[in-house]
Design a protein. Structure first.
Length: 95
């Protein structure tokens, strides 16, 4: 009996996830992308991000929620075979 190489499968899955995340990040505006990166990658609070960008905390919160919604909608497009962010299978939003 041959067992699949689970380490290789996991590595391929990780690369696939990263590629999807990068594609979805491409749907965001520069400000949305900056906020998502600061919040999720660097672990900064909304208050810290607001101070760094010179905006209010509610603006950061609203921008973050809009970005996540845009990425979630883009993922649905990818899952259904459309290009992300198109709504109808068009080109990606360049930000």
């Amino acid at each position: 009996m041959v067992f699949p190489d689970f380490a290789s499968a996991a590595a391929i899955g990780a690369v696939d996830r990263k590629e999807k995340i990068l594609e979805l990040m491409g749907l965001l505006t520069d400000r949305q992308r900056d906020i998502v990166i600061l919040y999720f990658y660097y672990g900064e609070t909304q208050w810290e991000i607001a101070n760094a960008l010179g905006v209010s905390q509610p603006t950061v919160s609203q921008t973050l929620m809009t970005a996540l919604r845009r990425m979630r909608d883009g993922q649905k497009d990818i899952s259904s075979g459309k290009k992300a962010g198109s709504g109808k299978g068009g080109t990606l939003y360049a930000g």
